[in-house]
Design a protein around this ligand. Structure first.
Ligand code: ZN
Length: 190
């Protein structure tokens, strides 16, 4: 799937190639190419990371499942693993997008420098997973359909970024509208 393309390093080389690694000031606020480039990498990379999780969500929908996807990246922006919700496909209520990606990552020495990326704010179960294994960062596609344990994780010091993606929100929102009973089962509402 062209994983290298999502790497921060590849992207930084591309941007440096375009602008040069100049530290020349751009304005009175002291904005330098370096800082501008750092901001661009941070912003672009989150969207690129989310694109992987979103592709997983769409894969799940095509399989007849709940469209929630996840991906795990290391500190350099390299893709470690990905997965999607398989409650319907596998008849397995424990297989959420995050847990699927987590299991696909295999054993990791440490999770502190890893980023969990999900198309939807993680439920309590997956927030517990992020907390238990000590993921340093969490990137959330949207929290409009469900808030889960996002604020709880934030309060514990996990770096949480909510991209508030309309694409993620409408993909799942449409599914919930058509399949309210499966959705309520997924979030543990009776
Ligand atoms: Zn979950």
């Amino acid at each position: 799937m062209g994983m290298e393309r999502y790497g921060v390093r590849g992207l930084s080389l591309e941007i440096e190639g375009a602008f040069g690694a100049s530290t020349q000031n751009l304005g009175p606020d002291g904005l330098t190419w370096r800082r501008l480039y750092n901001r661009a990498v941070a912003a672009l990379d989150h969207s690129a990371m989310l694109a992987v999780a979103l592709a997983e969500a769409r894969k799940g929908l095509a399989e007849g499942g709940i469209p929630i996807g996840a991906a795990i990246f290391d500190a350099s922006g390299k893709l470690v693993s990905f997965g999607h919700n398989r409650r319907v496909q596998n008849n397995d209520p424990s297989m959420h997008g995050e847990t699927d990606a987590f299991r696909n990552a295999g054993r990791q020495r440490s999770y502190r420098n890893l980023t969990m990326v999900t198309t939807l704010a993680p439920c309590w179960y997956c927030s517990g997973l992020v907390r238990q294994f000590g993921f340093g960062s969490l990137v959330v596609g949207e929290s409009r359909n469900f808030q889960g344990g996002m604020e709880w994780l934030r309060s514990l010091g996990v770096r949480v970024v909510d991209l508030d993606s309309s694409e993620c929100a409408s993909l799942l929102g449409e599914y919930i509208r058509r399949n309210p009973e499966v959705w309520n089962e997924d979030i543990g509402e009776e």
